[in-house]
Ligand binder design. Sequence first.
Ligand SMILES: NC(=O)c1ccc[n+]([C@@H]2O[C@H](COP(=O)([O-])OP(=O)(O)OC[C@H]3O[C@@H](n4cnc5c(N)ncnc54)[C@H](O)[C@@H]3O)[C@@H](O)[C@H]2O)c1
Length: 363
Amino acid sequence: MFNNIFQNKKVLVTGNTGFKGSWLTLWLLKLGANITGISKDIPTNPSLFKALKLQKKIEHHFIDVKEIKKLRKIIFSTQPDFIFHLAAQPIVSESYKNPIETISSNSIGTTNLLQIMCDIDWKCSALLVTSDKCYENIEKSAGYKETDKLGGKDIYSSSKAAAEIFISSYFRTFLNSKDNLTLAVGRAGNVIGGGDWARDRLVVDCMKAWGKNRPVSIRNPLSTRPWQHVLEPLSGYLHLANLIYQSRELNGEAFNFGPNQDDILNVESLIKKLSKKFELNKSYKIIESNDFPESGLLQLDIGKAKKLLRWQPVLNTSEMIESVSDWYFNFFKKNVDLMELTLKQIEIYEFKASKSKLPWSNL
Ligand SMILES: NC(=O)c1ccc[n+]([C@@H]2O[C@H](COP(=O)([O-])OP(=O)(O)OC[C@H]3O[C@@H](n4cnc5c(N)ncnc54)[C@H](O)[C@@H]3O)[C@@H](O)[C@H]2O)c1
């Protein structure tokens, strides 16, 4: 997998205690990496990071990426071969309540990392994670391309668009000329998977309600989102990091990672499919209230990743839904080994990718 590039490499993951960060850490451990994690806290309870006991398997630091001196100290003492930057305040509703914190963590936090990267004097490749929401959402039905206009009506989206602009400026001003360093950007859509407990996320709300045998309340049944299993963008990040470590060809490029266009579901059909395993009398109810405005339509064009990276989604919609509902179903059954379950899902994903002959899985 991935050219075996991560075997015995020093890999720094920011945001490692979060949902995506925990899956990424587990996958990197499986690939033989030595991991240093930086996060300001453990953002949820329950927590995948805790359930997998990841703190014992890596060198973990509770640090806020807004604190550039502390961040610099860890990066310089670790001298990582790879950096995966995921730390962010990722909840749109939270960005309404705490706009300054969201902007400081997401935009300034990323800029702090970029500033530190200017002084790195060892070979290092960085994969910076932003979001599908970095695009100015004009409610179009075609997917957004990497060349589309950045923007954001809400603070979360604009904080990610701002991070993108800083990444691009730092790259063109300082980082492109550094022979020892490469970077790339990953923009992913709405990610779902076992072990997410963040609030105001549809699948998590479902699981919290269904765990108590209650219907989930939904606001916008016809909204579409580019849902994808968490391992899909992670395979994209790992593959892209591998490629920019080997060659400078894609240095500074941004890539969308999302589902195929024909695999896009609306809220109502996703819920219906997800709930099957749980055998509930009523799995959802539609409510009127809308605490904060949300975009109705958001899709990504993944043509660039398909063409230049030969990356593509591995799971079809039913496989994605089976994986997600199976994880939570087992979680609620208690006495299930969550490490075994999560690792098994990674193994199945790797197996399906190699059956589909995806380059990253056969390298
Ligand atoms: N989950 C999704 O659907 C999705 C979609 C698009 C983009 N993303 C992006 O992917 C990344 C990870 O998302 P997630 O869903 O795992 O989020 P999460 O809330 O589960 O985890 C966030 C992580 O960032 C850390 N963090 C937050 N603010 C920090 C700060 N100031 N300093 C240091 N650490 C900080 C938290 O401690 C945690 O480890 C984020 O950059 C997010 O914006 C997520």
